[in-house]
Design a protein around this ligand. Structure first.
Ligand code: CTP
Length: 413
């Protein structure tokens, strides 16, 4: 799920999005998608097929997008509507995409407005299939998907295994969730050669250091900043691995998420993966110390006197202690949370942990830091240059970080 409430922002803001809806029961989810994409700042033109109109009404889509819904290839809205739609679109998405639609699109048919628009566009195309699991597994459907993906270069998002229509049970064929469709559309809009095919590793969240089987030492990190970065890097076309401490957030869509609990686990997970990674972003709030002897059984109140002492041992520094494993030429970005001497302390971390960029926050500043959805950061780089950014949502900060990382990736090539 996006980290911030829906607001106009990159990469959707100001973009022309054609949303094709075909006739399956999951068409009701497309209403949410059309609404959210509009709130994200997109100009959404919904195209319904004849069979989609049996499941959902064009009036509903007009209500959520504020724009006329298009249904007819030969409408009075002007000749060659498909050519205009295809030419003006920044992305064309079809959700849900039925087996019949996949067959027609794979054949290059031009018998309705959405299929014809696909032939007339050079914009990226995103297809989100949804159907019964037996239909999805059919070799003909798989051949059609293979053709759309590998011959035509369309992005296929989903389906997933889950509950199908009533009485159809559970199987692979379920449409991905609306927020995931919106991310897939975002990827269609944001894909960037500098990130395409690159491996990105992100650490996020807190770590939990056990005192006994039920208690731990932790911190207030929500994981929001790192999750927003991982999702934004995926949208740009990267292959993203997120090594995350415990977090209540949904796993970012399309990202390989590795769940860890302690700093030691995070150290191992990062050390194993960092050698293949082109860009590493260390946003986790790793506990610097852990209880020296974590107990196997719960510490009982009546066993202890009126005070107990927990002895602490230093944890590995995940960013610093994996320096030797880093891929040559990789770009490394760290964070610094400070209460004083922001830029100087950030510069010291830049050097000691061998970062190319440090994203520094002032812990005393309102709207910045752990549990909030916004952040105010200062970028500090090797040449001692620093740039203070205004207060913005963590999703927007993620884009700014990736813009800086993009320049560093290009410089390092
Ligand atoms: N970091 C890490 N492993 C740790 C501690 C920190 O990977 N055990 C990373 C963080 O993810 C961040 C950077 O190092 O990118 C700075 O973290 P911070 O906690 O601010 O710095 P510390 O080195 O712990 O320094 P200090 O406590 O003196 O501020």
């Amino acid at each position: 799920m996006p980290v911030t409430p829906l607001e106009p922002r990159r990469p959707w803001k100001g973009k022309r999005i054609v949303l094709g809806v075909t006739g399956g029961i999951a068409a009701y989810k497309a209403i949410q998608v059309a609404r959210d994409l509009t709130r994200l700042g997109g100009e959404v033109d919904v195209v319904l097929t004849k069979s989609a109109e049996k499941f959902v009404a064009s009036l509903t889509f007009e209500g959520v997008t504020g724009r006329p819904v298009l249904t007819d290839l030969f409408s009075a809205k002007g000749a060659a509507l498909h050519v205009r739609l295809g030419r003006d679109a920044d992305v064309v998405a079809v959700a849900p995409a039925t087996a019949d639609f996949l067959a027609r699109a794979a054949q290059g048919r031009a018998d309705d407005l959405i299929c014809t628009t696909l032939l007339a566009t050079s914009a990226p195309v995103v297809i989100c299939p949804a159907m019964n699991d037996k239909m999805y597994a059919h070799p003909q459907v798989q051949d059609n998907l293979d053709h759309l993906q590998n011959r035509l270069g369309y992005q296929i998002a989903g389906p997933v295994t889950g509950a199908l229509a009533v009485s159809e049970g559970v199987g692979r064929g379920r449409l991905i969730e609306p927020w995931q469709i919106e991310e897939a559309v975002g990827r269609g809009l944001a894909v960037d050669d500098a990130f395409m095919g690159k491996s990105v590793l992100v650490t996020a969240g807190p770590t939990q250091e056990p005192i006994d089987p039920v208690r731990y030492i932790g911190n207030h990190s929500s994981g929001r900043m790192g999750y927003a970065i991982a999702q934004a890097a995926w949208r740009r076309g990267a292959k993203v691995t997120l090594v995350s401490g415990p977090s209540a957030l949904d796993k970012p869509f399309g990202v390989d998420t590795v769940a860890v609990e302690t700093a030691q686990d995070m150290h191992v997970a990062v050390a194993e993966r960092i050698g293949d990674s082109d860009l590493n972003i260390f946003s986790a709030a790793v506990a610097d110390f852990r209880p020296t002897d974590s107990r196997d059984v719960k510490l009982k109140r009546n066993e202890s006197a009126d005070r107990i002492l927990v002895d602490l041992t230093e944890n590995p520094d995940v960013a610093r202690d994996t320096r030797a494993n880093r891929k040559k030429g990789s770009v490394n970005v760290g964070f610094a949370l400070e209460t004083e001497h922001l830029v100087n302390n950030a510069l010291a971390k830049l050097e000691s942990k061998d970062f190319d960029l440090v994203v520094a926050n002032d812990a005393n500043e309102e709207g910045a830091g752990f549990s909030v959805r916004t952040n105010r950061v200062t970028f500090v780089e090797k040449d001692a240059q620093s740039e203070r950014l205004p207060l913005m949502s963590k999703d927007q900060v993620a884009e700014e970080i990736l813009d800086r990382a993009r320049s560093l990736i290009i410089e390092s090539q």
